[in-house]
Write a protein of this length. Structure first.
Length: 60
């Protein structure tokens, strides 16, 4: 069975990420969940303009 969650290493400026973590915590989220929310928002915006993105031959 394929794991639905992908692990990805992100390299980012330390001070910039500390500020990002502050924002995430103020929203009641972990940094990981905050990144996930940004990704979902960006994908949704893109698909609204360009149509659904097919992954592995099907719309997700």
């Amino acid at each position: 069975m394929e794991d639905k969650l992908l692990r990805y290493t992100l390299r980012v400026d330390r001070v910039f990420f500390q500020k990002f973590r502050y924002i995430a915590e103020s929203e009641g989220r972990s940094a990981n969940k905050e990144i996930e929310q940004y990704i979902k928002k960006r994908v949704s915006e893109f698909e609204t303009i360009h149509g659904k993105i097919e992954v592995n031959g099907k719309e997700e």
